[in-house]
Design a protein around this ligand. Sequence first.
Ligand code: 5AD
Ligand code: SF4
Length: 458
Amino acid sequence: MTNKYCSVKPIKDSSLPQVFIETYGCQMNVNDSEVVLSVLQKAGYALCESLQQANVILVNTCSIRDNAEQRIWGRLDVFLQEKKKRKNVVVGVLGCMAERLKEELLQHPAVDLVAGPDSYRNIANLIAALDTGEKQINIKLLREETYSDISPVRLDKNGVSAFISIMRGCNNMCSYCVVPYTRGAERSRDPHSIVREAQELFEAGYKEVTLLGQNVDSYKWINPDNTTETTNFAQLLELVALVNPKLRVRFSTSHPKDMGNGVLYTMAMYPNICNHIHLPVQSGSDAMLDKMNRKYTREGYLYRVGKIREILPDCAISTDIIAGFCGETLEDHADTISIMKEVGYDSAFMFQYSMRPNTKAHRHFTDDVPLEEKTRRLNEIIELQNGLSLASNQKCVGKEYEVLIEGTSKRSAEQLFGRTPQNKVCVFDGKGHKIGDYVTVKVTSCTSATLMAELVEE
Ligand code: 5AD
Ligand code: SF4
């Protein structure tokens, strides 16, 4: 079935079957939900805002840590209550947890359908097949699937920034990580389709795209018609930056083992590529990095940071850190603390290690740091980062930045917020400006989380 709509925006039409999608986990999952919605809209569904209106309830899930999965089990219980209240509601579990737990999820009385990350092209057929009265499952991983021909229906609220997946899967095999099992092998997407998507977004009024991949630095497209013609990440970044100077370009995630200077030089050449690099360190200890199978040393990581500072002096660096990995000693933990200070991260996502079934760490190592001690180490890391984030923000006070306006502040409608190229949230009083405008602001004060600024008259 086709329909009359053709848009990057969700269809809201109560005469059509209603689908409700709840998304957990990473930005890639948000973008996957947008692909799912695109497929479903083509099949005649419309998006609804609440569970209570839905004919189809989908939950796109994350398996990265145990608490992410626990939250979703809790949601399934809520969906079950909804199903008991109304007839003709179907519930589908999508994403990483679907891929990891497979049939086990069908045991939950709420669940009718289980669909892994490479099955979304067929999601409407899977839902239709529920009419047979049989529960449905498709968890096949496909080596080629990149959804390159599907234009995601954007679920962002502001119409300003959008995600573009440039690759899927992961080949890195970090010993703690479930992603290679839930998302399969790495595959890169045709650069032409990526550039086309960026162009379409710009034409639809978007001002910022974030290129997504588990490891963008290993992006590699080999033209199937001419196998000597290849595109690497630095080249792709340039192609997207050239779409329009008023389209900001961000990307995530970089891998310290694969990032070269080429990407940094491309960033230096194009002002619309934002000066922010998310460079997960995970640990500052060589022993832990080796056990994590990260394939770089502390020295190698710091070399990369040095190159970023040299080539892009005002580039922000953020990171991911895991506290209490298998066998982590107090000395290893102290190495993490010291590398954080040495780099002076602008921001960080910080976690305690959560054992994931069937990963290499689960099979070969012991999860032996007691929970209380993991929490203590994590709290120390968080406290340090709060200080580092504050110090980083204080350095911005008195300086001018270009901010892309993303919305009005929660406190007052006159107050607008956006982000600097370095990805710092900035709040200021607007003067008739609207969402999607670029403005120059001067930072007047800050907290560890936010810059307060005033407009610079042009
Ligand atoms: N336990 C805790 N944190 C993890 N991450 C990945 N796997 C685990 C795990 N088993 C973190 C890493 C990664 C981020 C996305 O999630 O820091 O970079
Ligand atoms: Fe994203 Fe990883 Fe969570 Fe899957 S397991 S949703 S890839 S963060």
